[in-house]
Ligand binder design. Structure first.
Ligand code: ACO
Length: 400
């Protein structure tokens, strides 16, 4: 459980409508701090409740396609409330997948061994250069830019997958969903509707999750009134790293070499006995099971069975059971990345591509929150506590 300490500062130069000295409760990693208000989603880690715009995630998962969830998160309206508005939103999204040739050329100029998250970051930066001029402001066209960014990030991820597999550029198509087009780019064949549903489900579940590192980072950059491409590049940077988006890559490295449930249990015991960490377990907020895991576990069972890979599900369950036997008493449970990584694997993605696929889903919530914050912008400016020397004298010349 997080430990809290009192932060007190009595430096005279900090003003700005605060009463000094300032006292606030701050946990390591900003635990326990409420940084903003939101209408986008509600998360209660003590009960495991998660709702997008007031609709429980259990009702949305498997029911909504990603495009419907994006509409709900960004506009606040359920697609069924105004079918014409939703259709216009979806058409715009699907027509926005085209990428500037220079951005594609930039990604393709990178060595195929470069980590795909680096390619994505470079690609989105390039999009920013081609889609916006130095004079562009945040006003007016923001809404369509948000849609364009979601579609373009999905298209870039498809393009990155093709480049890494040494395949030619993907043809631009407008009629299909983002999930359909992304799977097609990934595997170079016509995707089965069941797989499209699985990718939609993954993106819906990854779409928003409170102020986690990528969303918070984007909001900090947005609070400077930077254009949305800066926000996205910043958010994508926070998605990388083994503690967050990079965990999926490690899940595959830990699970795929295992051949039997028995071997899985032994390996988990070995990792934990040596003080190691299991990827896909633990969460900064949840000390109970993550509500999204239930849905994904069921989906993995179904997808593994369909592919005659039932052993993969049995091994995953054995990893989870052994890990929980040892870690649940500490409040550590399986997190979304564990089953999500195995599903991404079955859909044809390799480990390094997983954070990029995660990123596509997250674009919806992240942009919805940035949009919301810009309705009433305030520059983020937390305080720090100075713990260095109080006063030091300058050494006299020659005395060093
Ligand atoms: N495996 C084994 N032990 C763990 C794990 C794990 N995955 N996670 C936490 N612990 C242990 C720590 O060793 C520590 O034990 P100790 O008290 O005996 O020293 C205790 O649990 C608390 O660990 P913290 O790092 O303080 O927990 P925190 O809440 O800060 O960290 C985090 C959360 C970073 C997610 C952590 O659980 C972790 O590293 N998990 C593995 C990576 C991962 O799966 N990340 C994805 C997170 S979910 C998401 O991104 C959507």
């Amino acid at each position: 459980m997080p430990t809290y300490r009192t932060l007190t500062s009595n430096f005279p130069w900090a003003l700005d409508r605060l009463e000094w000295p300032v006292t606030s409760e701050v946990g390591p990693g900003l635990a326990g701090v409420i940084a903003t208000g939101t209408r986008v989603s509600w998360l209660d880690p003590s009960s495991g409740a998660l709702a997008y715009r007031g609709i429980p995630i259990e009702r949305i998962a498997g029911e909504y396609e990603f495009e419907e969830a994006a509409h709900l998160l960004i506009t606040g309206r359920r697609p069924a409330e105004d079918r014409d508005a939703f259709n216009a939103f979806r058409d715009r999204l699907r027509r926005s997948r085209d990428l500037p040739p220079d951005a594609v050329a930039l990604v393709r100029s990178l060595h195929r061994e470069v980590h795909p998250t680096r390619m994505l970051r470079a690609g989105v930066s390039a999009l920013g250069c081609h889609e916006m001029t130095a004079e562009d402001e945040l006003s007016g066209a923001r809404h369509w830019r948000e849609l364009r960014i979601i579609a373009q990030v999905a298209a870039l991820v498809g393009e990155i997958a093709r480049h890494r597999n040494n395949r030619p550029k993907h043809m631009f198509e407008t009629g299909h969903s983002l999930a359909h087009c992304t799977l097609r780019a990934l595997r170079d064949d016509e995707p089965d509707t069941r797989d499209v549903r699985t990718l939609d489900l993954l993106w819906v579940l990854y779409a928003d999750h409170g102020l986690d590192a990528p969303t918070f980072t984007s909001m900090v950059v947005a609070s400077c009134l930077a254009d949305p491409y800066y926000n996205i590049v910043a958010g994508l940077s926070a998605l990388r790293g083994p503690l967050l988006g990079g965990a999926g890559e490690r899940v595959l490295a830990q699970v795929l070499p295992l051949r039997t449930p028995e071997q899985a249990r032994l390996r988990v015991a070995e990792i934990l006995a040596s003080g190691g960490r299991l990827a896909g377990f633990g969460h900064r907020l949840y000390h109970i099971p993550d509500p999204r895991v239930v849905v994904l576990r069921k989906e993995l069972a179904a997808q593994a069975r369909r592919r005659n890979r039932a052993e993969l599900f049995d091994i995953a369950r054995a990893v989870e059971d052994e890990a929980l036997r040892q870690l649940a008493p500490k409040g550590i449970h399986v997190n979304i990345n564990f089953y999500a990584a195995l599903l991404f694997h079955l859909l044809g993605a390799d480990g390094p591509l997983i954070p990029c696929l995660y990123a596509v889903g997250r674009m919806a919530g992240l942009l919805a929150r940035v949009h919301e914050a810009l309705e009433n912008p305030r520059l983020f400016r937390p305080l720090d506590r100075y713990v260095g020397h109080r006063e030091r004298s300058l050494p006299r010349e020659g005395a060093r």
